[in-house]
Design a protein around this ligand. Structure first.
Ligand SMILES: Nc1ncnc2c1ncn2[C@@H]1O[C@H](COP(=O)(O)OP(=O)(O)OP(=O)(O)O)[C@@H](O)[C@H]1O
Ligand SMILES: [Mg+2]
Length: 337
């Protein structure tokens, strides 16, 4: 549904997006991650036709965004960064305006406006000027205008930024429900959102892809995957804890986290996490330690994210970065993944 082939964007001599290629299929929610300035919004602006790539080709549905911008844009819903809107309009006026711009007529206008008002929970602010709304409500109005024409493709730039926890939950639920018959790209800085709503994720840094995969695959590339973490019920003398854990068969090292006050034992082989868990549990029992919590780590997205975007490319291992998405233009079998 969406295909980027070797997309580059230059601003003067600065390369904001560097030779980016990936595809997104119908039914997928692609998480678009990366540190500030990585090139996420710039890429989204190119997919939606707001910026022209310096090089490369973008296809949306069956339309090239540069050659058939009107047809391509008609099947896209876009929530831009910061959810811009006409501030002196009320949400109701704004949605009527957008519905007409999107070509809706007759009873369809009211029908769709009623539907998106319900989906984004903006009933209470419908008649207040948008300029006077809180950040979260502005974003919800932005989301409402993005889905008003029930587009096949949704490009959402940080849709949950500024929302309260209840609304974050609602918007994630909405995105998941819409994914059934749409293709969605969501950028976010909230890493827990990736496992919650995305079927796949791309991490970009300095305009280039540094990691690509299913959320659980990326978590598993974190150093914590297969490690065993324990915390104690009360403060006490833990002087022999690290030494004892280090001596467990299959353990390679032990780390104490001063903030969470947890001890993490890392395995020599990540795949043997369950063995290590059983051995650490046996040690806990034999020592009679009063342990509050013991768990086998499934990997930590935040740790993985830091390891691939820390700015030191040489420190990123091949295992952490994983396979790059395929470049359809250079492969005989065409678009995939
Ligand atoms: N119109 C422009 N002119 C010059 N440089 C630009 C322009 N738009 C973006 N940039 C630069 O391109 C880079 C990528 O910006 P972009 O907004 O795409 O980052 P981002 O990944 O969306 O970051 P954030 O997480 O902060 O939203 C940044 O260095 C930014 O300053
Ligand atoms: Mg951005």
């Amino acid at each position: 549904m969406i295909s980027l082939k070797n997309i580059t964007k230059m601003f003067g001599s600065f390369t904001a997006v560097n030779d980016l290629s990936f595809t997104v299929e119908s039914g997928e929610v692609l998480g678009f991650l990366g540190p500030n300035g990585a090139g996420k919004s710039t890429t989204m602006k190119m997919i939606t036709g707001f910026l022209t790539p310096s090089d490369g080709q973008i296809t949306v549905g069956s339309h090239d965004i540069t050659e058939e911008p009107v047809q391509a844009k008609s099947i896209i819903g876009y929530l831009p960064e910061g959810a811009p809107a006409y501030g002196d309009m009320t949400p109701e006026e704004f949605l009527i305006f957008i519905a007409k711009v999107r070509g809706l007529t007759g009873s369809k206008v009211k029908e769709r406006i009623d539907a998106v008002i319900k989906q984004t929970h903006i009933q209470d602010v419908l008649f207040k000027p948008i300029d006077t709304l809180s950040k979260g409500y502005k974003r919800r109005v932005g989301l409402a205008q993005a889905i008003i024409h029930d587009p096949k493709i949704l490009i959402l730039d940080e849709p949950t930024d500024g929302l309260d926890p209840n609304q974050k939950y609602e918007v994630r639920k909405l995105i998941k429900a819409m994914a059934e018959d749409k293709t969605i790209i969501v950028s976010t800085h909230i890493l827990e959102e990736v496992s919650a709503v995305c079927s796949r994720a791309i991490v970009i840094d300095k305009g280039s892809i540094v990691a690509y995969g299913k959320p659980h695959e990326l978590e598993e590339r974190s150093q914590y995957y297969g490690a065993v973490t324990i915390s104690f019920s009360e403060d006490g003398d833990f002087s022999d804890v690290i030494t004892s854990l280090e001596q467990v068969e299959g353990a390679t090292s032990v780390k104490f986290d001063e903030i969470t006050e947890r001890f993490t034992t890392f395995p020599t082989d990540k795949k043997n996490g369950t063995d290590l868990f059983n051995k650490v549990s046996a040690l806990v029992e034999s020592k009679g330690w009063d342990v509050k919590e013991i768990h086998l780590e499934r990997g930590r997205f935040d740790d993985f994210f830091r390891s691939v975007t820390a700015g030191d490319l040489e420190s990123k291992t091949e295992e952490q970065c994983g396979d790059k998405p395929s470049v359809p233009a250079k492969q005989d079998e065409g678009a995939q993944q």
